[in-house]
Every structure is written in structure tokens, then in C-alpha cells.
Design a protein around this ligand. Structure first.
Ligand SMILES: [Zn+2]
Length: 301
């Protein structure tokens, strides 16, 4: 029993009943890991120019590495799915919407950063933008780190018009601009530190699961939701600046809610804000979006 890595062999089995829910846990191990997690957290905080907030981005995840991962994922997805002929009418229309949005990334980033007293980081200048349309019933779209995008044909009947497609694509582009992928990877690393701490401190799998579930509800899910709210805002400003009608966002998300009927595709599933809250947020943002439209679209013509 001496080789039992968790040392439980030396414990009195009858004592286990009296020790309470986490009585078998070696707290000093958890404390040491908590110290390491705190160090990781504080040494990897950077200010996000789009929100003015400090966010966790692992310093070892560079833009180039993030781009390489994005490209790899993109190639994998395209090899498994059925991309439309790039010369088809739908593919050309979607590409044109993307082009108009991408054209305004620089001015919108600068304007939003200025609102928060920040300098734009210009990470998007290194992006190799690309967009494909994928034949699929899913009402979905994505933009990977580095600017590789896809729109699923199932989105088009729900979107109904180019303005709504632009709102969705703007939202997806915003995830890439805000480096939400790198933030998620950093967060996963923090979660792994937590899992290792759980295992090494002698928690049994059931206890570890309880802790992870609490972390999921208390930390990971709200975090994912705040990413969605941020992407909604930046995406709406992009669409408005690119001369699309931002007011299409509200009926779009209403239709999206109806179309998904509880079976939303991954990007628009439970990590997304409750549809009512989302529509409230978007409605509150509309005056700002109209101001962006006037400033960057109408005055530019
Ligand atoms: Zn999203």
C-alpha cells in the first residue's frame, strides 16, 4: 500500500465516514496549486483594446501560433464539409459581405479602442482573411483566429437578407479580433491546473467532478457569455460601419431563436446569452450603431 500515490492506503477506512465531503483532500497541495494558478493569472493579464478590460491571454500563445491553429482547424473542417464552388452566386455574395466588413475593421477597432482610452492593437493586420460557404442545414457561421471564415447555407434562409448575414459575420469576425480563441485556450490551461490540483490533492473522481461542475457554472459559462455580448457589440458596429442596416440584428436574433428551437448549433447554443437579454442589449446599442453608420458609411460616400 505504500505505493498508493494518494496515500489512502494508510488511512483508517472507518474514519472516512466521519471526515465530511472533502475530508480526504490534502489542502496544502490545493493551496500550492492555487498559488501557481494565481501567478499564471496575474502574469498573463493584458488589456483588451476593444473593452478596456484586463483579460487572460497566455503570453506563450502568440498571434502567429493562434493563426496556425486557426488555419489547421479550417483545413480540417473544409476537408470534412462540402464547400460551395467559390464562383457560385451565393459564395460571391457572401465574399462581398465579408470584404465590406473587413474593410472597416481598422476604423472600427480604432474608434472602439479610443472610447476606452486604449490604443488599437492591430492584430488583424496579420490576418489572412478567407471565406467559404459550406453546404449544410445548420444556421451557423464562424471566423477562426487569423481570419478564416465560413458561412453555412442553413444560415441564409434564417438571415433572409444581406444585412442580417453581415450582422452574423460581424459577430464572428469580432470573436477573432478580440482573440477569444486565445483567451479560451488560456482558460483551459487554468482549468487543467485545477484538474491537476484536484487529482494530486487526493480528491476522488466524484469530488473532482463536483468542483469542475461548480467552476463551469460559476466561471466558465459566464465568461463565455461575456464573450458573446462583446462579439455582438463589436460585430454590430462593424456591420453599421460597412453600410449594412444594424436594425436587422433584432429580428435576426428573434428568427434565430425560433429556428433553433432548443437545438441550436454549437456557436449559437447555451453559451450564448438568453435571447431576451441579447435583444435588449442590441436594442440599447442601436443609437451607437446608427452613429457608427453615419460616421463611417454615410459620410464616406
Ligand atoms: Zn459567438
Amino acid at each position: 500500500m505504500r505505493n498508493d500515490p494518494f496515500g489512502r492506503g494508510r488511512q483508517d477506512p472507518r474514519g472516512a465516514q466521519r471526515r465530511g465531503l472533502f475530508g480526504n483532500v490534502r489542502w496544502w497541495v490545493l493551496l500550492a496549486f492555487a498559488g501557481y494558478a494565481a501567478f499564471y493569472w496575474f502574469s498573463n493579464r493584458v488589456v483588451d483594446p476593444y473593452t478596456g478590460e484586463k483579460v487572460l491571454i497566455d503570453g506563450s500563445i502568440g498571434i502567429e501560433e493562434e493563426k496556425a491553429l486557426g488555419l489547421q482547424a479550417y483545413q480540417e473542417i473544409l476537408s470534412q464539409e462540402r464547400p460551395l464552388d467559390p464562383n457560385s452566386q451565393v459564395a460571391r455574395q457572401v465574399r462581398e459581405i465579408a470584404r465590406r466588413l473587413i474593410d472597416k475593421v481598422g476604423v472600427v477597432e480604432a474608434a472602439i479602442a479610443a472610447e476606452h482610452g486604449q490604443q488599437p492593437n492591430g492584430a488583424w493586420k496579420t490576418f489572412d482573411w478567407d471565406v467559404n460557404v459550406i453546404q449544410s442545414d445548420q444556421a451557423n457561421a464562424f471566423c477562426l483566429p487569423g481570419g478564416k471564415m465560413a458561412v453555412y447555407t442553413g444560415l441564409l434562409p434564417v438571415a433572409q437578407n444581406a444585412d442580417a448575414v453581415a450582422v452574423v459575420m460581424g459577430h464572428e469576425i469580432a470573436h477573432a479580433l478580440l482573440r477569444h480563441g486565445a483567451q479560451r485556450m488560456s482558460q483551459q490551461k487554468l482549468t487543467q491546473i485545477g484538474q491537476m490540483a484536484g487529482a494530486m490533492s487526493g480528491m476522488d473522481p466524484q469530488q473532482q467532478q463536483m468542483v469542475m461542475a461548480a467552476m463551469g457554472y460559476g466561471y466558465l459559462l459566464p465568461y463565455a457569455r461575456s464573450h458573446e455580448t462583446q462579439a455582438d457589440e463589436v460585430g454590430l458596429m462593424l456591420a453599421a460601419a460597412a453600410c449594412f442596416n444594424p436594425q436587422e440584428a433584432v429580428p435576426l436574433w428573434q428568427r434565430m431563436g425560433e429556428a433553433s428551437g432548443g437545438q441550436a448549433p454549437p456557436e449559437f447554443s447555451s453559451t450564448h446569452p438568453n435571447p431576451g437579454t441579447r435583444i435588449q442589449n442590441l436594442t440599447a446599442l442601436m443609437p451607437k450603431a446608427m452613429a457608427y453608420r453615419q460616421k463611417f458609411c454615410e459620410s464616406a460616400q
